[in-house]
Design a protein around this ligand. Structure first.
Ligand code: GLU
Length: 314
């Protein structure tokens, strides 16, 4: 393990950040700084949405406006693909990577239909015939590339959420490593960038717990040690749904433009973090002083109308 505790803030360019994102980032930052740790900034723009420099400036600007800082320049994931390519090659050389032209609809034919937004499982019977390419230099472009998963549970202990057990083979099957857009998937990009930048503390929403099992699996195959994990429950709205970036009333840029002060936002985030004295916060240092991971609520917190009204107070 890297001697210096190192974490990262990893926003995705899928719209402006909201109060729930801000709560995770601020708690992540505070935990790392309390450990005397480094905080890196990484823009995760290999997700299937487009991004612009304007957006990056915006997300960095809004986090600085809240008072967060980070060490070194922001890493723009899409601008540094060779390390991801090298990791993909390493997995292919082990005979674990195969091309896939199947659509989500094709996968659903062999998967039991389920409700809502879920990941279609790629079953082993869909795999192409062997041999699979072990050298991807001459691999055809325009295809997705998947990694072969093996049956078996992955156990890990989350520092916040406790003992966890997932079986990626059973839950999602062979998952995508490289997309037909010529970019790494979130899973591969995250593992590679955490490893190469020395990240040893990952702090994020507990909606990513099942991804963690996939990331541990990839790290093992690549011969790398996984970071320590903290997964915290998400902030929900009054109906119990996840906060949506499309809801303007909770977006940080909209709040700032409406005259809300950073201290007011920090007080709300502090309340949602179980901070000792949220009402006394005037800046990020006050937040840091009274933050304790042991006081973070173990169940999802609710963002209610009264919270948003309180933001309007100076
Ligand atoms: N980019 C992801 C998000 O904004 C975070 C992924 C991670 O922390 O690994 O939700």
């Amino acid at each position: 393990m890297n001697a210096v505790p190192t974490t990262r803030l990893a926003p995705s360019p899928t719209g402006g950040l909201h109060l729930g994102n801000a709560r995770t980032f601020v708690a992540n930052w505070a935990l790392a700084r309390q450990h005397g740790g480094k905080v890196l900034m990484r823009i995760e723009d290999v997700a299937p949405t487009s991004t612009t420099t304007t957006w990056q400036d915006d997300v960095l600007g809004i986090l600085q406006w809240l008072g967060l800082d980070w060490d070194g320049p922001a890493l723009i994931q899409s601008a540094e693909l060779p390390p991801h390519q090298t990791a993909l090659d390493q997995l292919a050389a082990q005979g674990l990577v195969f091309p896939c032209s199947k659509t989500r609809k094709d996968l659903l034919v062999v998967t039991a239909p389920q409700e809502g937004d879920f990941e279609a499982r790629y079953a082993p019977e869909l795999r192409p015939e062997l041999p699979w390419p072990t050298d991807l230099d001459h691999a055809p472009p325009g295809l997705n590339w998947r990694v072969k998963t093996s049956p078996g549970e992955i156990h890990f202990t989350d520092e916040f959420a406790g003992p966890q057990c997932f079986d990626p083979h059973r839950e999602v099957g062979d998952f995508i490593l490289w997309t037909k857009r010529g970019q790494p998937s979130y899973q591969l990009a995250c593992v590679v960038d955490d490893h190469r930048t020395g990240v040893n503390m990952v702090f994020r929403g507990d909606d990513l717990l099942s991804s963690t099992a996939r990331q541990i699996m990839l790290s093992k195959l690549l011969g790398w040690q996984s970071p320590r994990w903290w997964h915290v429950p998400l902030v929900l709205d009054e109906q119990g749904e996840r906060l949506a970036k499309r809801n303007k009333s909770i977006r940080l840029t909209e709040l700032r433009d409406a005259g809300v002060q950073p201290a007011a936002i920090l007080r709300l985030l502090a309340k949602w973090c179980g901070h000792v004295a949220p009402q006394d916060i005037t800046n990020i240092n006050d937040f840091l002083d009274g933050f304790s991971i042991d006081r973070m609520p173990r169940t999802p917190v609710r963002c209610v109308q009264k919270d948003l009204e309180a933001l309007q107070q100076p």
